[in-house]
Design a protein around this ligand. Structure first.
Ligand code: ATP
Length: 686
C-alpha cells in the first residue's frame, strides 16, 4: 500500500502543513500529511548508543567508534581516494572515501574529532572502514540514548530532518487505538500508541535484532493493522458489489447441452466444478466478479464458452478479451467452431482488421446480431457499442490494467465479469490482494497428457539439440524454437528472431520452418499459425508472442534459447505449449554461461517443478509481490509494512477478524480504515 496519502487528489496538497520545498520532497516519499509521517516507519535501526574501542571492535558489524584524526591524504592508486588515519585510546584505524568532495579534505583535517558509524573490517593496513557515516564532535559529546531509526528518504532530506518531522507528528497526531481490547488481547498485540512510539523512538534497551527482523510485538501490531485495513477495504468492496444489481442469467441448458454433446471430450471433474460455481454466480442478481485460475492447458477456454452460452441463452451478449492477437484469433477459431453450429454468430475485433470487416463486426455487435465478440484491446475502444453486454470475460487478466478491464465492463450495464489466468496466484496473494474476488480453480489437467520432460542444456551442446529437433520433426511431430528475449530493444529482438529463422532454415533444409513475431502483420501471423496447426510447418521459430494460449497438440518439442533471460511464469507458460497431446513431450532450456545467481535459481525451479502453483509460489518468494503483480504497470497499491509471506499468520488473523468486525462492529472498521486509508477508496481495484 502506498499509504493513502499518495492516492490523494492533487488539489489537497495545497492544504499541506509543510512549506512548499519540503512538501515537494515529502511528496516524493508519498507523504502529504502529519499523519502520513506517523506511518512512515524506519527501514532499520542503528546502534549509536555505544562507542566501541577501535582495537576491540567486532568485525563485520555496523558499530560506532570515535577518535582523533591524525593524518589525511589523497591517494591515487588504485583509485583517487581520501584516506584518513584515526586514533583512539586503544588503537588506530584507516578510513577510505572514494568519490569524495574536496571540502571533505578540510573537514576531516588532522586534529579533528570524529564519530564514525560503519562496518569495521580488516584491511591491508589493519582495521578500516570504507565510506563510514561520520559526524564531527567535541570531546565528551553526548552519546545517543536509544537506537537511531533510519528512514526511507529522498535526495535533499536528511535523516535528522526526517526524524524531527516524525517526532513532531508523533506529538501532534491522534494516537488513540482504533481497535478494541478484545481484538488485540487474544492476539497478544500491544496498543497502537505504544507501538508506534516504540518503533519511532525505541527505548535504550530495545532489542535491535527483533526490530531489525520486524518480529518485535510493536512491528507485529503495525503489520496487523495494515493487513486488517487491507482486508476491511476488500470486504467493503465485496459488499458494495453485492449491493449492486445485475441481470440474473439462470442456466437454460438448451444450447449448453448441445455444445457439450458435440464436444469430442467430456468435461473434467474440475471443469464441471468451476462451471457450477460460475453458473450459480450468473444466476444471482448482482454482478459476478470471479477469477478462474487454471494451470496452462487445463482447459479454461471451454469453461469460458459455457459461461458465454449461459449469458447468450438469457438474451445477452458476451465478450472475450485476450491480450494478444494470436490468442484472440485462436479463441475466435475455437469458439466459432463450437458456437457456430448452434446458430450463433461470433465476431472478431482486432486493431488490424481491414476497415470494412471491422465496420461489419461493429454493426453486428451494436445491433445484437452477434452474440459473442472476441478480440484484443480493440474491444473496449470507443466505437465499440454493444446492444446488451451481459458478460465480460477477460483472459490473462493480469496482462490488462485496471482501467482497461473497467473500460470493457463499462460497455454494458453492470455486466458479470469472469477473469481468467494461467498464472496461478499463490494462496497468500489471493488472500490479500485478490480477497475481494471469488476464485475458482481448475485443479486437474484433462486426461491423457504426458508430463513434459524439462532439460537444461548448455549452449555449448547446441548440436545435440539440433539433432533432436530434426529427429522429432522427421518422425511426424512438430517443434517450437523460442528466440531469445531482448528486453532492452524490440528492434534487436526482431533482428535476432529473423536471424534465428534464417540459420534454422539453413540448418534444416529438409523441414518446413516458419517464423512468427510481434511485428508481423496480423494476417501473416494468423496464416503462419494456421499452417503450423495444420502440420504444414514443422518447426516454428517464435518470439514470446506464442507464450499464452497457443494450442497445437501435435507439437511435442520446444527449445527455448537463452532461457536464463526469461521470467519464471514466462518459462512455465512457454513450456505449457507442449505436452498438450498424448505424445511424449520435452522442453529444452538452452542457457549460456556464466549464469547469474537469480537466473540459476529460476532455472532450477522450472527444472524441478511442473505445477504452476508451486512455480508461482517460488516466483513470489524470489521477486516479491510488487514485481509479481506487475504493480508498476497496474498501479496496485502494495502493503508497505507487512510481508504476506513472512506474516502469513497475521494475514490469516486479519482475515478472520475483518469479517467479524464488519459484521459486529462496523464503526470500528470505519475508524480503522480512516487511519490507514485516510479516505482513499481501497487497496486494490480489480
Ligand atoms: N475435458 C477435456 N478433455 C480433453 N481435452 C480437453 C478438455 N478440456 C480441454 N481440452 C483440450 O485441452 C487443450 C487445452 O485447453 P485450453 O486451450 O482451453 O487450455 P487453457 O486452460 O486455456 O490453457 P492455456 O492457459 O495454456 O491457454 C485444448 O486442446 C482443449 O481442446
Amino acid at each position: 500500500m502506498t499509504t493513502a496519502a499518495s492516492k490523494k487528489p492533487k488539489n489537497e496538497a495545497s492544504a499541506s502543513p509543510f512549506p512548499p520545498a519540503l512538501q515537494t520532497k515529502l511528496a516524493k516519499l508519498g507523504l502529504h500529511t502529519a499523519h502520513d509521517l506517523l506511518l512512515h516507519l524506519p527501514l532499520r535501526y542503528q546502534d549509536e548508543t555505544r562507542i566501541h574501542s577501535i582495537a576491540n571492535a567486532s568485525l563485520g558489524q555496523a558499530i560506532q567508534v570515535e577518535g582523533e584524526i591524525i593524518d589525511t591524504t589523497v591517494q591515487y592508486r588504485p583509485r583517487r581516494t581520501l584516506v584518513c588515519r584515526v586514533e583512539d585510546d586503544s588503537g588506530m584505524m584507516t578510513l577510505r572515501f572514494l568519490n569524495f568532495y574536496p571540502s571533505q579534505i578540510k573537514q576531516l583535517a588532522p586534529g579533528k574529532r570524529v564519530r564514525l558509524f560503519g562496518e569495521m573490517r580488516h584491511g591491508f593496513f589493519g582495521m578500516e572502514m570504507v565510506h563510514p557515516q561520520y559526524r564531527m564532535v567535541d570531546e565528551n559529546a553526548p552519546v545517543a540514548e536509544a537506537l537511531t531509526p533510519i528512514y526511507p528518504t529522498t535526495a535533499g532530506l536528511g535523516q535528522a530532518s526526517l526524524r524531527k518531522l516524525v517526532q513532531a507528528s508523533l506529538a501532534k497526531c491522534d494516537l488513540a487505538d482504533t481497535l478494541p481490547h478484545d481484538v488485540l488481547q487474544p492476539l497478544g498485540l500491544p496498543a497502537f500508541a505504544e507501538s508506534i512510539a516504540y518503533l519511532h523512538q525505541p527505548p535504550p534497551d530495545a532489542p535491535i535484532e527483533l526490530l531489525a527482523e520486524r518480529t518485535h510485538p510493536s512491528w507485529q501490531r503495525l503489520k496487523f493493522d495494515e493487513l486488517l485495513a487491507q482486508q476491511l477495504s476488500m470486504h467493503q468492496h465485496y459488499r458494495r458489489r453485492r449491493a449492486q444489481s445485475a441481470a440474473p442469467m439462470p442456466p437454460r441448458q438448451r444450447l449448453t447441452r448441445a455444445l457439450l454433446a458435440a464436444l469430442p471430450f467430456p468435461l473434467t471433474r474440475a471443469q464441471q466444478h468451476v462451471m457450477t460455481e460460475i453458473a450459480s454466480d450468473l444466476t444471482k442478481p448482482h454482478p459476478m466478479q470471479r477469477l478462474l485460475q487454471g494451470d496452462v492447458g487445463s482447459g479454461k477456454t471451454i469453461v469460458a464458452a459455457l459461461a458465454a452460452l449461459q449469458a447468450i441463452e438469457n438474451g445477452f451478449q458476451a465478450a472475450i478479451m485476450a491480450p494478444t492477437e494470436i490468442l484472440a484469433e485462436q479463441h475466435y477459431q475455437k469458439l466459432s467452431a463450437w458456437l457456430g453450429p448452434l446458430g450463433l454468430r461470433v465476431v472478431w475485433l482486432a486493431a488490424s482488421l481491414p476497415k470494412k470487416e471491422k465496420q461489419a463486426a461493429l454493426t453486428a455487435v451494436a445491433e445484437g446480431e452477434a452474440q459473442l465478440a472476441i478480440g484484443t484491446h480493440a474491444l473496449f475502444q470507443e466505437q465499440v457499442v454493444f446492444r446488451n453486454l451481459g458478460l465480460a470475460i477477460i483472459d490473462e487478466q493480469h496482462r490488462f490494467g485496471v482501467h482497461q478491464r473497467l473500460a470493457l465492463r463499462q460497455k454494458g450495464a453492470q455486466p458479470h465479469q469472469l477473469m481468467m489466468s494461467a498464472t496461478p496466484i499463490p494462496r497468500t496473494l489471493s488472500m490479500s490482494y485478490y480477497a475481494d474476488l471469488d476464485v475458482s480453480v481448475i485443479d486437474e489437467l484433462p486426461p491423457g497428457r504426458t508430463p513434459v520432460v524439462t532439460k537444461l542444456v548448455s549452449d555449448r551442446r547446441r548440436d545435440e539439440v539440433v539433432a533432436r529437433v530434426r529427429e522429432a520433426c522427421l518422425s511426424g511431430r512438430q517443434a517450437y524454437w523460442v528466440c531469445p528475449l531482448i528486453e532492452e530493444s524490440e528492434t534487436l529482438q526482431l533482428k535476432t528472431a529473423v536471424e534465428t529463422f534464417e540459420t534454422l532454415t539453413a540448418t534444416f533444409p529438409e523441414l518446413k520452418v516458419g517464423l512468427v513475431h510481434g511485428r508481423l502483420h496480423a494476417r501473416d501471423k494468423a496464416a503462419t499459425m494456421a499452417a503450423f496447426k495444420a502440420g504444414e510447418i514443422q518447426l516454428l521459430v517464435a518470439t514470446t508472442v506464442i507464450e499464452v494460449g497457443v494450442d497445437v497438440p501435435n507439437a511435442s518439442l520446444m527449445v527455448i534459447e537463452h532461457a536464463e533471460r526469461f521470467g519464471l511464469s514466462q518459462l512455465h507458460q512457454l513450456r505449457g505449449r507442449v505436452g498438450r497431446g498424448a505424445a511424449k513431450s520435452a522442453c529444452i532450456l538452452l542457457y549460456q554461461t556464466p549464469l547469474s545467481e537469480t537466473a540459476r535459481a529460476r532455472l532450477k525451479i522450472i527444472y524441478e517443478n511442473s505445477d504452476g502453483f508451486e512455480i508461482a509460489r517460488q516466483d513470489l518468494l524470489l521477486r516479491g509481490p510488487g514485481e509479481f503483480l506487475g504493480a508498476r504497470q497496474s498501479g496496485v497499491p502494495l502493503l508497505h509494512i507487512a510481508d504476506i509471506e513472512q506474516d502469513q499468520g497475521l494475514l490469516e488473523a486479519a482475515r478472520r477478524i475483518a469479517e467479524k468486525i464488519i459484521a459486529e462492529q462496523p464503526e470500528v472498521a470505519e475508524r480503522h480504515l480512516q487511519r490507514w486509508l485516510a479516505g482513499a477508496e481501497q487497496y486494490l481495484k480489480v
